[in-house]
Design a protein around this ligand. Sequence first.
Ligand code: IMP
Ligand code: MG
Length: 337
Amino acid sequence: MSCTIIVGGFFGDEGKGKIVAHLAYKDKPVIISRGGVGPNAGHTVQVGNQEFGVRMVPSGFVYKDAKLCIGSGVLVDPWVLEQEVERLHVKGRIFVDFRCGIITADHIARDKGSAHLAKKIGSTGSGCGPANSDRVMRLSPQAKDVPELAEYLLDVPKVIDAALKKEEVVLLEGTQGFGISLYYGTYPFVTSKDTSASQIAADNGVGPTRIDDVIVVFKAYPTRVGQGPFSTEMSFEKSDAMGIQEFGTVTHRKRRIGGWDGGMARYSAMINGCTVAAITGIDRVDKACFGVTEYGKLTKKAKNFIKTAEDDIGCPVSLISTGPELTQIIDIRGEYT
Ligand code: IMP
Ligand code: MG
């Protein structure tokens, strides 16, 4: 097991950041490389009582021995990157593929100023849609054209290839979620690129035959930000009463909350080629499971939920997050027969 992709199975914000951080400490990857759209993604990682939010730097940055990369498919906002590099002290170990598309002030203005994107679709206003559009039109600059990025430039596929040849562990971190994939999501209420595992491999220049595992992360109570269909959505009155309230990392918008969607979980697992499923927020299914780190200590209610999810997904649920902090997790990968 050397090259693993991590993606979101619902509409984003499933807790991929926390899962990646856990895998990093446990599996000790030499490289953690990001795929996905760009700085429209927000990942949160909590270590002890410190909370970090990232939009450009891979969430695995908390594991200090890994080289951190941004794959060529990802859009880079040089200003957002620079802020994070300074705040997280990752200079010297973060690299950007020289072909990454660049987000300019003009892209951000066009995103925020477009009634179609900002209002109808409910975009994050981070410039990603217009930047990907310019990239397709072959108009946008690349990372190699930006002097401030010179010190970070790398041929990311080459370093990943070298690591895989040495049988070292590589994590490919996806962003967003299946339901907002440009190809498979609820079009037109989607982001500006596919978000499935195949795309994350392509974003990093890793061929499909070299991927060993695809971990799809599902949230016990899925959420959605922005517009678009959400079949299991509940009223805020109901979710508030259940004590579930979430706000976006990038836009601070209140997230819409829904119930488990077995059909969507199955379809998403199929297209992602899921080999291992992760479920986050099991402490919302039963509060008694908060912080539990052993499968045997989960309540019957939680175990039943996981069993149903496994039947829906068609794969073992081997990672179960029981709270926001890094160590609040059950990892039973390899314990299944
Ligand atoms: P855009 O990607 O900024 O163009 O936004 C398009 C849609 O995707 C909007 O509904 C956003 O809320 C949603 N979206 C984009 N990135 C994320 C993410 O990382 N998590 C959740 N929703 C996202
Ligand atoms: Mg997020």
